[in-house]
Design a protein around this ligand. Structure first.
Ligand SMILES: [Zn+2]
Length: 332
């Protein structure tokens, strides 16, 4: 078969799209302004990973930061690698390694510009670190941010608050964190007693928060963290892990944070315990509770680790299983 020009263009465009989240930052910087390379790794399309949608009168913008990869081995504490591979195949995901995409939300409601988590900032793998470029491409400036609300203290959620040189990224923003999360990660006795694998997490929380400790607002579950955004107890993944309910007019969005890692895997298998879940039993209870609520109320949801734009709905899929249905994607 001879490949005509149209076929070649289509394949080129698909290749570029497929490379969007996988290509290193260096490749992004070198990406041509238009078109796709004829040979070599597909170039990502710069500054296309922001997606804006309405929740009532609130405007929500999903900002993609990139992706990290990890081996399948050791990722699920209570399932075999073959079981994980079978679920990945069922979801049309790569089966040779596990991809973890990162997507934060910017919420404009109640006259405020609010970030829910920050991405990895300058501390991610080469396949992440796109957040600031995408944030600016979406028309925002870090100096405009009124409030940064943190779901929990893992590095992929707080890394963007402070640069390597120690300066704050959102200079005039109020920083709000879950009180239970602060009490755990900023406790010196707990840091000293932590196993070696957990020590970098404690050190990172101190790097980010110690310089502003007196200015950080600690919120409780059930409180509004900004007008129209309520903190929801989602403990388990970490002691203070928090989901958010955004309500505006008749619109509602349940921001699941890390209640699941990729929902294409964990909505199907809500009893699976990812290695990152600090209290696997509590995380499992939270996962069932919030997935069940989202399915029963047909609420729109967003996940931090779902494929971009990381928003959709939760459908029941047999007994005790769910699946994520992507929201209708439209640039309009
Ligand atoms: Zn995370």
């Amino acid at each position: 078969m001879t490949m005509n020009r149209r076929t070649a263009l289509t394949i080129g465009a698909l290749g570029a799209a497929a490379g969007l989240i996988g290509a290193p930052r260096a490749a992004l910087a070198q990406a041509p302004a238009t078109g796709a390379p004829a040979t070599g790794a597909p170039a990502p399309i710069a500054n296309t990973s922001a997606y804006r949608f309405r929740v009532g009168d609130a405007t929500v913008t999903a900002i993609h930061d990139g992706v990290a990869y990890r081996p399948l081995e050791g990722f699920i504490k209570n399932a075999t690698v073959d079981e994980l591979k079978a679920t990945l195949a069922e979801s049309f995901l790569p089966t040779d390694r596990y991809a973890i995409p990162f997507t934060t939300l910017v919420v404009q409601t109640g006259g405020k510009l609010v970030l829910l988590d920050t991405g990895l900032g300058e501390f991610g793998p080469p396949t992440a670190g796109l957040w600031m470029a995408n944030f600016r491409a979406a028309g925002f400036d870090p100096a405009q941010v009124d409030t940064v609300v943190i779901s929990h203290f893992h590095g992929d959620h707080i890394g963007g608050l402070r640069r390597r040189d120690g300066t704050a990224v959102f200079a005039r923003a109020e920083i709000k964190v879950p009180a239970a999360e602060w009490d755990f990660w900023m406790d010196d006795a707990k840091a000293a007693a932590a196993p070696d694998a957990a020590k970098p997490g404690f050190a990172n929380a101190r790097r980010v928060f110690s310089p502003m400790a007196n200015d950080v607002t600690r919120y409780q579950w059930g409180q509004e963290v900004s007008p129209g955004i309520t903190a929801v107890n989602a403990a388990g993944h970490t002691p203070g892990h928090t989901a958010f309910a955004i309500a505006s007019g008749s619109g509602k969005l349940l921001v699941m944070s890390d209640t699941t890692n990729n929902p294409q895997v964990f909505a199907r298998n809500p009893d699976w315990a990812a290695v990152f879940d600090q209290d696997a039993d509590a995380a499992r209870l939270t996962r069932h509770k919030l997935l069940d609520m989202a399915a029963s109320e047909r609420m729109q949801v967003s996940f931090y680790h779902a494929p971009f734009p990381a928003t959709g709905f939760i459908a029941r899929d047999g007994a005790n299983r769910y699946r994520m249905v992507p929201a209708n994607w439209s640039a309009a």
